[in-house]
Design a protein around this ligand. Structure first.
Ligand code: AHR
Length: 634
């Protein structure tokens, strides 16, 4: 295999490898959003979902959920407790936490907070974290101090003395009085960057470690919603969290592989937080907006074309929210949330997986309005889910005709499909629309909505395919695996890139494949040829090479999909090497191997040095392996 750094086959976009975040599989609530209380504002389908009433001093009518309806549309319900002569332990409430309870850590501080209004002062709250056997893990006392009779906020911090993976929170009412409560919340102190009411740090760290070029959010099908009423509306996800109107998560529905009746989007994690996250991890923000069509797997609900304006206006306003200065209407809102500087938005997706002439008509309306006002924003359009179908070809042709900047292709297919399609982009027009491989994953059963785990066979097929993406970086400018996160206690879709439970996290073999590509993306594609041809399937091998002109490195990625070891010579041309060693990184395993909570690194990269013979590396490629070779040059 001859790798020639002098023969550049195109630039690699800094956005080449990114991540796609969606609130599926408990990705946001119960996931990266570190809130531990389920249904904190009593707005779930049933007002007391997640809560249970405790103690013999609570009689019928002592706890009521009141509904302000139109007077407080975004957050109508609150809880009223009427307590008479109760001692601690006689009248209270328990919150069960998200799937599998609350993960409580010894010596960590927790912040309990709520909004309250004292109708009749005199109730003290005793907060208690307990394990599955009711052993107390930590306690805090909150005595409401505001007596104005108006809504007030208060918090109490306390430490847990013991660890428990599946804890619950009791709130005991002591005394006499009438207390209204809303936004009852519990957050750990060890959030990402220590932000109050922030994100789960271990999950965000896994993303930061990938050094992603972009982060696509908030979905996925949740952008579209089961119906238009339940579509994602970014304006309802910003501002004070108690004013963000929650909706039922689209993955709550029977369409999900594992329906979950209590899966809601509370939007504590909203568009401001997504932009901030992108900035934190050095990724370009890539929001996707509803284009006036609900999820077509569920319904064919569309907004009539003559009523599309508010949807288009949402897109224009979002660009102003992200990029406008503090004197603009929406820039001012961003600044008031604590970010005076613009977020520098460059990419915007119009629709997720929508199709048919209806999609094209709506996409054109968005394009006309956005390009007229913001010509530099790169617009991304979806070509759907079935990359070999007539539907795909129709969309692809129409989108190219209308001059789309970037087309988003999705594929959940078998490992064999991925191997066969490693050369998919070799023939794509370099001058036309760029490609965003926005959602992909190899599914062992070959079905779109799989329930299979992340075995090495899937990851190695993706690695082989990704050499094809990298080789064609002149036309493929962005790629992201999907879905990103899953909770072992509650998921709707598998495989997924990163798995968590309340206490633990692990990257799948697919994660390590993604991370190796992403952290070694280079700046230019170099040619890597065997007998004058690209290596895409020859002897079961898939090869790509890049030059990193900033770090002065030449990086070769080789995937051996055979069940046998292969010996190959790789020679480096077109540059002066420094030293006589290459750095070798190897990911390998049996095809059915996977990582788990107990064995999180069963498949993980190992590193070694390899002596070069002049400009040549003699490589032993293990059976079913992904090998990366890195040399430095002058
Ligand atoms: O990644 C899971 C789902 O797959 C996404 O929500 C959707 O875009 C696709 O069908």
């Amino acid at each position: 295999i001859v790798v020639n750094a002098a023969k550049s086959e195109g630039k690699i976009s800094p956005t080449m490898w990114g991540v796609f975040f969606e609130d599926i599989n408990m990705g946001a609530d119960g996931g990266i959003y570190a809130e531990m209380v389920k249904n904190r504002s009593f707005e779930f389908l049933k007002p007391l979902m997640g809560w249970s009433v405790k103690g013999d001093k609570i009689k019928e009518g002592d706890l009521l959920v009141l509904n302000r309806q139109d007077a407080q549309l975004a957050n109508p319900r609150f809880l009223r407790a009427t307590i008479k002569d109760a001692a601690k332990g006689q009248a209270g409430l328990t919150n069960e936490g998200f799937k599998g309870g609350m993960g409580i850590k010894k010596d960590l501080e927790y912040e309990f907070s709520l909004m309250y209004r004292q109708q009749s002062p005199g109730i003290t709250l005793h907060v208690e974290l307990v394990d599955e056997q009711n052993n107390i893990l930590g306690t805090g006392v909150l005595k409401p101090t505001d007596i104005s009779g108006k809504w007030a906020k208060q918090e109490v911090n306390f430490k847990a003395g013991t660890t428990a993976a599946k804890a619950k929170m009791n709130i005991w009412f002591e005394g006499n009085g009438v207390l209204d409560m809303d936004m009852i919340s519990l957050f750990p102190a060890d959030t990402w960057k220590g932000r109050k009411k922030g994100m789960r740090a271990d999950m965000i760290q896994m993303l930061a470690d990938m050094k992603p070029g972009f982060i696509r959010f908030p979905g996925g099908c949740i952008v579209e919603g089961t119906d238009l009423a339940n579509r994602y509306q970014w304006k309802k996800t910003i501002g004070p969290i108690e004013e963000r109107q929650l909706i039922m998560n689209r993955w709550n529905t029977e369409f999900a592989h594992r329906p979950s009746p209590d899966y809601f989007q509370t939007f504590g994690l909203g568009f401001f937080e997504y932009f901030q996250l992108a900035e934190d991890i050095g990724a370009e923000p890539l929001p996707i907006l509803n284009c006036g069509m609900a999820c077509q797997f569920n319904t064919a609900e569309v907004v009539p074309l003559d009523q599309l304006d508010p949807y288009v206006q949402d897109a224009l306003d979002l660009i102003e929210f992200a990029n406008g200065d503090a004197s603009s209407e929406w820039g001012k809102v961003r600044a008031s949330m604590g970010h005076a500087e613009p977020f520098n938005l460059k990419y915007l997706g119009v629709g997720n997986e929508n199709w048919g002439p209806q999609y094209i008509e709506r996409a054109k309306a968005f394009q006309k309005a956005i390009k007229a006002k913001y010509p530099k924003i790169n617009l991304i359009y979806s070509s759907g889910t079935d990359p070999d179908s007539d539907r795909f070809h129709f969309l692809d042709k129409e989108l190219r005709t209308m001059g789309a900047d970037i087309i988003d292709e999705h594929y959940y297919r078998s490992p064999e499909w991925f191997l066969k399609n490693a050369s998919r982009y070799d023939s794509y027009d370099r001058k036309g629309a760029k490609v965003f491989a926005g959602e992909y994953a190899a599914h062992i059963d070959g079905k779109t909505t799989g329930s299979n785990r992340n075995i090495w066979q899937a990851a190695i097929a993706e690695a082989a395919f990704m050499t094809g993406l990298e080789r064609n970086a002149a036309v493929v400018n962005m790629a992201s695996y999907a879905p990103l996160f899953a909770n072992t206690e509650g998921w709707q879709w598998a495989p997924d890139l990163i798995w968590v439970d309340n206490m633990n996290i692990y990257g799948t073999p697919n994660y390590y494949v993604q991370k190796l590509f992403s952290t070694n993306k280079g700046t230019q594609v170099a040619s890597a040829l065997a007998a004058g041809k690209s290596v895409s399937g020859l002897d079961g091998l898939y090869v790509s090479a890049v030059v990193d002109s900033m770090k002065k490195e030449l990086i070769v990625k080789l995937v051996n999909t055979r069940d046998t070891e292969q010996n190959k010579q790789v020679s480096f041309e077109g540059l002066k090497l420094v030293g006589s060693e290459a750095q070798l990184t190897v990911l390998k395993g049996h095809l059915t191997d996977q990582n788990t909570i107990d064995k999180p690194l069963a498949i993980a990269p190992t590193q070694a040095a390899l002596k070069l013979k002049g400009k040549t590396a003699a490589l032993k490629l293990p059976a079913n392996s992904f090998v990366m070779l890195k040399v430095s040059y002058k």
